[in-house]
Structure formats: C-alpha cells, structure tokens
Ligand binder design. Structure first.
Ligand code: CP3
Length: 350
C-alpha cells in the first residue's frame, strides 16, 4: 500500500520533493493540554503506552493541530529493558526509574532475551491502532532506543546528569558491557522488525547518550551496535525500511555514521544544518536541527530562526525539517503553530 503524503519517504530516498517534510520529535506529549487529559484518563504514562486506543489517540493529537508530514509511534524507548524484567516506573518529577537495574556481570548473563511479540505485543497493537486512524495518509515512524542508550539507563537505574555508573563499565568491564550490548542488538532488531510487520514505514534509532562517549568509544559501543542492527534487519528479517540514526551530540562522527547503512541522520543544533547536509553529501538524508529551546522565544524570533534554518537547507536533497531534540513540556502550543506556519509559508514561496 502506498502512503499518500510520501514526502518523508521521498526525502529518505533523496528524491525531489515539492517541499521538505516536517515533523517534530516528541510531537505528542506534555506540552499539549489534550495529552495531559488522556494521560490522566489512562492512569500513568506506562498505562497509556499499554492502551492501544488511548496511545493511538495521543499520537493523533499533534496531527489534528498542525500540518505535519509524519506520525510517530506513541511509546517509549524504555519498553525493552522493562520487558527484560528491570521493572520500569515513571516517578513524577524524576523521570524513569528501574526497580532492578543491572549491577553485575551475572545480572547481564541472566537477562532474558524477550519474545517481542509476547512481551512487547502491546506496542505492535498501538502501531495497528494508529494505522486504522491514520489510514494511508501519512507515514508512521517506529523506533527503538540504541543499545548504548538503553544500556545507560539499565546500568544507571535512572536518568542522571552524566551517567557515570554506566560509563564506568567502559573502563571496568568493557567485555561485560559488550555482552550487554550484543544482547540488546538482538532484541532491538527483533523489536524493530516486529514494528515493521505491524505496519510502520520508517524506523528510527534514538541514541540520546552517544554524545557522552569519546570518539573511539562511540564507534565501538554505540555506532557499531546500531550498524549491526541495520544489517541484521535486512539479513535476519528481510526488512528494508529506511532507518534514521539519531546520535545526539555526535556531529563530529558524521563520516563514520555514513558507513552504518542508515538512510537518514538526525543531527542536533551543535552543527549548522547546511554543514551537516554538506557532509552527508547527498548520500543520506539529514533531519534536524533547531534547538528546542527556540520554541520558548517570542513568535517574531521563532519566525526568524525558522527562516534562517530553512534558507540554509532547503536547496539540498534529503532535508527533513525537525528539532535537534524533543519538544519541551513547557513550550506553548501556539509557538509550535508559529514555527510550522513559518516553514509552510516559506515552502509555498519556493
Ligand atoms: O512523540 C514522540 O516523539 C513519540 C513518543 C516518544 C516518547 N519517548 C514519549 C514519552 C519517544 C520517541 C520517546 C523516546 C525517548 N524516551 C527517548 C529518546 C529521545 C529523547 O528524548 O532523548 C528517551 C531518552 C526516553 C526516556 C524517557 N521517557 C525519559 C527520560 C522520560 C522522562 C522525561 C522526559 O524526557 O520526558 C520519558 C517519558 C516520556 N516519554 C514522556 C513521553 C510523552 C512523558 C511522560 C509523561 O507523560 O509524564
């Protein structure tokens, strides 16, 4: 079945588009009052993720408000460690916390490789419910955390400023860390393949904490496992959906990322969008990269930033307009309208 609005798919194939596709990381979430209402109805965030009807509803909310060119699965990256038995809880004001973090080599050896259809079937139910609501109008982006970023939370037990405990494994027990990453490669690959089977059109790897690593460690412990996933999606599952690789804070590694087999690179605001596009050199698409704090500015400033960003990127193939990280909960929804209206007005003038 073909997708009617195929700008994102075309950009990922580096084909010409009438205007750049636009979507926003965390486009569904706490900045929308209607999201908060549905979350309250569901009980907790994880209850919401496990309820296909309500999760697909919150995925639709930004599409009703804004002219977006893609939807994204409503779920979280931490569903995998939860399915491995770590006991995920979202403590209000503190973010995710695991009841049973990974503390020893023995813990890694004991970690089960979950059957994603059994343990994470509720995620695939959300994909199918989204497809019913979206029809063929827009592509759906499925996603997973990268093995390294998942390992960060699993070893740390929660989000921290510098993930010092997780990083200490790089030096104290690199082989055990590698064993953990190898296990995660298998589960992430199965998980993404199951999302593809359930009907997503694009896959994205969120490597939020790749930027905590040295260049050499990034290549070995973050990028290589992601490249393995991309290769195994094809070889083990025959899945050839385009994969967007987003390693936050890693723009110095773009040349290395180009070898991963990805179709698109997500970049944050530390690099200018035209420099990122130039470095990608028409070999992969580039998605990004407005600083999400720009959405806290006055409308006139938002219009100016969007105009500059757009002018710098629009003429290059494979540009996907997005933020460099997720929308923050304190962003006024009208500011998101202002940003998207500006981008669309600029597109119309092309
Ligand atoms: O709209 C979308 O982008 C789709 C849904 C989505 C969520 N999380 C929903 C969510 C996606 C793609 C994610 C990815 C995710 N989750 C990442 C990678 C991207 C990134 O933002 O860096 C990470 C690191 C997580 C882990 C996570 N989930 C944290 C640290 C938190 C708490 C604080 C925060 O950043 O919001 C969450 C909770 C979460 N995930 C919420 C949502 C809508 C808020 C939960 C709530 O309603 O209280």
């Amino acid at each position: 079945m073909t997708i009617i609005n195929d700008r994102l798919l075309k950009a990922l194939r580096l084909e010409p588009v009438d205007r750049p596709p636009v979507w926003l990381m965390r486009q569904a979430g706490r900045y929308l009052p209607e999201y908060l209402q549905v979350r309250a109805e569901a009980g907790s965030f994880m209850d919401l993720c496990r309820n296909a009807e309500l999760a697909s509803e919150v995925a639709m909310q930004p599409l009703r408000r804004y002219p977006l060119d893609a939807s994204i699965l409503f779920s979280d990256i931490l569903t995998i460690p939860d399915a491995m038995g770590l006991g995920l809880q979202f403590v209000s004001g503190e973010g995710p916390v695991f009841e049973r973090p990974v503390k020893t080599l023995r813990d890694i050896e004991k970690l089960p490789s979950p059957d994603v259809h059994d343990e994470l079937g509720y995620v695939m139910d959300v994909v199918r419910a989204m497809r019913v609501k979206i029809g063929q109008d827009l592509p759906i982006i499925g996603f997973s955390g990268s093995p390294w970023t998942l390992a960060c939370y699993m070893l740390e037990g929660q989000g921290t400023r510098d993930f010092a405990t997780a990083r200490s494994w790089l030096w104290r027990a690199p082989q055990a860390l590698q064993q953990l990453l190898d296990k995660l490669v298998i589960t992430v690959t199965d998980y993404l393949a199951a999302q593809a089977e359930a009907g997503v059109d694009v896959l994205m790897l969120f490597d939020t904490w790749g930027g905590l690593l040295s260049e050499a460690h990034y290549r070995k412990f973050s990028l290589q496992p992601m490249a393995n996933i991309i290769a195994q999606l094809k070889s083990r599952h025959g899945c050839s959906l385009p994969v967007i690789l987003f390693s936050k804070g890693c723009h110095t590694q773009i040349d290395e990322m180009l070898k991963s087999g990805c179709a698109g690179l997500g970049v944050d605001w530390r690099i200018s969008i035209d420099a990122a596009l130039r470095q990608a050199g028409g070999r992969v698409a580039v998605q990004g990269n407005l600083d999400p704090t720009a959405l806290l500015a006055e409308p006139a400033a938002i219009r100016q930033i969007a105009t500059e960003q757009f002018a710098a990127a629009v003429s290059q193939p494979g540009f996907i307009f997005n933020l460099g990280h997720g929308i923050m909960p304190q962003v006024p929804p009208d500011n998101v309208s202002c940003l998207l209206d500006t981008v669309h007005a600029l597109s119309a003038r092309q």
